[in-house]
Design a protein around this ligand. Structure first.
Ligand code: SF4
Length: 230
């Protein structure tokens, strides 16, 4: 199992404003709104603790819409088999922006700082997505270094792949060293965390070079996706 902390996370006000759009650029001209934004930005820069844990598992076979790993673990549904078709290994990872930023969001919500909480919530999501992008590139670089190829990544719950497979991912990976756990409702703690899979194989794979957003059921209304595309 591999663990890495210290991913490069950057927040840029102009980029955020350009992508979120709407009335926000005009609202930020108001001193009170600007103060909330600046406070959230300072919190994000101080509190985000990016980390990821991942492991690569050999695949035994594909059976209908499921991938069967060498140890018998069954994982999949939705677009999983289509995306990782041809893979001989499955990379499984969990990323987080850390507990401190999630705690601060909750504090702001409890204390009625709703706008500050919303800004920090967006920045926390942006942070964990940046970890995801870098982790995917690291897994792909490792695969290429071993003469293999990597598929697009997928996360349970984003597409038609059931969120129920969070439990399978957490049965494969112990994410506690980076402070991430899964509760009985299949919700990760800290909340600014996500899990993913990537297929790895020696030949062409089902879907390569695509974004997980391409399979996401909320892609048309997702501000985070617009930030990623910026
Ligand atoms: S569209 Fe949004 S929620 Fe869906 S995968 Fe992309 S960033 Fe995540």
């Amino acid at each position: 199992m591999r663990i890495r902390r210290g991913w490069d996370i950057h927040f840029d006000t102009e980029r955020y404003l350009a992508q979120v759009g709407g009335n926000l650029p005009r609202l930020l001209a108001r001193p009170d709104v600007r103060a909330d934004w600046e406070a959230a930005l300072a919190d994000a820069r101080a509190l985000v603790e990016p980390a990821a844990v991942w492991e690569v598992f050999p695949i035994r076979e594909f059976r209908h819409e499921r991938v069967i790993l060498a140890d018998g673990t069954r994982i999949g549904g939705g677009p999983v088999v289509t995306v990782v078709a041809g893979a001989t290994e499955l990379a499984v990872g969990v990323c987080t922006a850390g507990a401190a930023v999630s705690r601060r969001i909750s504090e702001y919500q409890r204390n009625g700082h709703r706008l500050r909480a919303m800004f920090l919530d967006d920045l926390g999501s942006w942070a964990v997505d940046q970890v995801r992008q870098q982790l995917c590139r690291a897994i792909e670089a490792d695969a290429v270094g071993r003469g293999r190829r990597a598929s697009a990544s997928l996360s349970p719950g984003e597409s038609e792949w059931s969120v129920g497979d969070q439990a399978v991912i957490f049965s494969l990976l112990d994410a506690r060293p980076i402070g991430v756990t899964l509760n009985e409702s299949l919700v990760m703690s800290p909340i600014k965390s996500l899990s993913l899979i990537i297929g790895i194989g020696p030949g062409p794979l089902g879907v390569e070079g695509a974004s997980n957003c391409d399979f996401c059921t909320i892609r048309e209304r997702c501000a985070q996706r617009r930030l990623r595309l910026a």
